[in-house]
Design a protein around this ligand. Structure first.
Ligand code: SF4
Length: 401
C-alpha cells in the first residue's frame, strides 16, 4: 500500500521546526474533564508525560483538586493547582492539543480517526516531528485527491482538499467550497459533461478546492468524493475486509443479471480476466481489485496499485459483463478480408486508441496515427459498402442460412 513519506511535501531540505502552540482553553477544559472522570490512581497519558489527580489525603480543608505531572525520565511535579497545571501543559501544548484533536474533536475509533491519523502518520511519527511537518503542510494522495493537513497556532488541524492536478494553484484561482456535501456536485460529471457512473474512475474534474476544512468535514468531503473508500481501506487495515469474489457475487444476481452466470460453464475464467482487464485496470478505476474469480482461484490479471481496495464486482462491471455475456454467446464465424499490412495495423491502432481513451488527443493533421480521423474515414470509404457493412466474406455458411 502506498503510504508513509513518499507523497509528503516539505518546503525544503532543512529540518522543519516545531511551531509555537498556545494551549487553547477548550483543550485544557477537556483535560480537566477527563481527569475528573478518572478512577483513583489512574493517569491521563500524553506523549512524553502523564497527568493525574492527587488524592485528597487527610486534608479536610482542601477544596480544590491538585494535580501531579509525571514527565517520562524526569522528576514529577506535584501539588499543582489548576493554574500551575495549565502553565505546565501550555509548555507541552503540542502533546496536549494532539491528544485533544484525536480524543475529543475526531473522536471514536473507526475509519475517520484511522484516516486522519494516517494522513499525518500519527501512529508512527512523534508529536514534535508531526507538528513540524504539519507546520509546513503534509500532503497525501487519495485517488485523484491531494489532501494537505496543517496545524494552527492553537494546535487545531485544518485540511485543504483539491484535485491533485491543482496542487500548488493559489486558492483564489479555484472555485472554493466550505460544505463537504457540496462535493456531490463535483463528482457527478466528467470534464466533458458526461455522467460518471463509476465514482472511482480517474475522471474527476479539477478547478475547485475545499481550502479550510476541520477534521470531520475533511473526512466527509473525501467520503463524498470517493464513497466507502475510507471504510474499506480501514477494514483492510484491520484485517476485516469481507471480499465477495466474482463467482459468489454472480450467484447473487437475479433476473436479467442471472445471464452473467452462464460464463461459469467450465471454460475457466478467461472471460472474467477480460472483464477485470477492461474495467478494473488502474487506468479505468482507482480502486485496487481484491476480488478474484473465487476463494481458491485468482484471476490472471493484476489488481492494480490503488490505496483503497475494491471488495466486490461493482454494478458497472456486472452491467457490462451482462452485455458481454450476450455478445459472447454468439457463435464465432470466420470472415475473409483483404487488408494491406498497414490497414491491419490501422485497425489495431483504432481499437487501442478507443480503449485507451486517446481519440481526443489525436490531431487532425497527424495522419501518421492510425486512429487519425481522416485515415479512419478513408478506410471506411474504401472497405464499407453502401449499407455501412464491412465488406468481408464469410468463409463458412451460417447455420441458419
Ligand atoms: S469492480 Fe473493478 S471497476 Fe468496479 S469498483 Fe471494483 S475495481 Fe473498480
Amino acid at each position: 500500500m502506498a503510504e508513509t513519506t513518499a507523497d509528503r511535501t516539505r518546503p525544503d531540505d532543512d529540518e522543519p521546526s516545531v511551531p509555537d502552540i498556545d494551549l487553547p482553553s477548550d483543550a485544557f477544559d477537556a483535560v480537566l474533564t477527563a481527569l475528573a472522570g478518572l478512577d483513583p490512581g489512574e493517569d491521563l497519558r500524553f506523549e512524553g508525560f502523564a497527568v493525574g489527580v492527587e488524592p485528597d489525603g487527610d486534608d479536610a480543608s482542601a477544596t480544590e483538586a491538585t494535580y501531579r505531572l509525571d514527565p517520562a525520565g524526569d522528576d514529577p511535579q506535584t501539588e499543582l493547582s489548576d493554574r500551575e497545571l495549565h502553565a505546565a501543559l501550555d509548555e507541552r501544548a503540542p502533546a496536549v492539543t494532539d491528544w485533544y484533536v484525536f480524543e475529543r474533536v475526531v473522536g471514536e475509533f473507526g475509519p475517520r480517526r484511522a484516516f486522519l491519523r494516517w494522513i499525518e502518520d500519527a501512529d508512527g511519527a512523534t508529536v514534535d516531528a508531526r507538528y513540524a511537518a504539519l507546520a509546513a503542510g503534509i500532503e497525501r494522495a487519495w485517488g485523484e485527491l491531494a489532501i494537505t493537513a496543517t496545524v494552527t497556532d492553537r494546535g487545531e488541524r485544518r485540511y485543504d482538499v483539491r484535485h491533485a492536478d491543482d496542487a500548488g494553484v493559489p486558492v483564489d484561482e479555484l472555485d472554493t467550497y466550505e460544505d463537504p456535501l457540496d462535493a456531490r456536485e463535483l463528482v457527478t460529471f466528467d470534464a466533458k459533461g458526461r455522467y460518471r457512473p463509476l465514482k472511482t474512475a480517474p475522471s474527476l474534474v479539477g478547478g475547485w478546492v475545499f481550502p479550510d476544512l476541520g477534521p470531520r468535514d475533511a473526512y466527509e468531503a473525501v467520503e463524498t468524493i470517493y464513497p466507502a473508500t475510507v471504510a474499506n481501506w480501514h477494514r483492510e487495515r484491520e484485517g476485516e475486509l469481507d471480499v465477495n469474489h466474482w463467482r459468489e457475487t454472480m450467484e447473487r444476481q437475479s433476473g436479467i443479471y442471472g445471464v452473467v452466470k452462464t460464463w461459469d460453464r467450465g471454460e475457466g475464467h478467461e472471460h472474467v480476466d477480460w472483464v477485470a482487464e477492461a474495467c478494473c485496470d488502474d487506468s479505468q478505476c482507482l480502486k485496487r481489485r481484491e476480488w478474484e474469480y473465487d476463494e481458491e482461484t485468482d484471476l490472471d490479471v493484476d489488481g492494480g496499485d490503488g490505496v483503497f481496495p475494491c471488495r466486490e464486482p461493482c454494478s458497472v462491471v456486472v452491467s457490462a459483463a451482462r452485455k458481454w455475456t450476450r455478445l459472447e454467446s454468439e457463435r464465432p464465424r470466420t470472415y475473409e478480408f483483404e487488408l494491406t499490412p498497414s490497414e491491419k495495423e490501422q485497425v489495431e491502432d483504432i481499437i487501442n486508441a478507443v480503449a485507451d481513451g486517446r481519440i481526443d488527443e489525436i490531431r487532425e493533421a497527424d495522419t501518421k496515427e492510425g486512429a487519425n480521423r481522416y485515415r479512419a474515414r478513408f478506410l471506411r470509404a474504401k472497405l464499407f459498402d453502401d449499407e455501412g457493412n464491412l465488406g468481408g466474406v464469410p468463409t463458412e455458411p451460417d447455420d441458419e442460412e
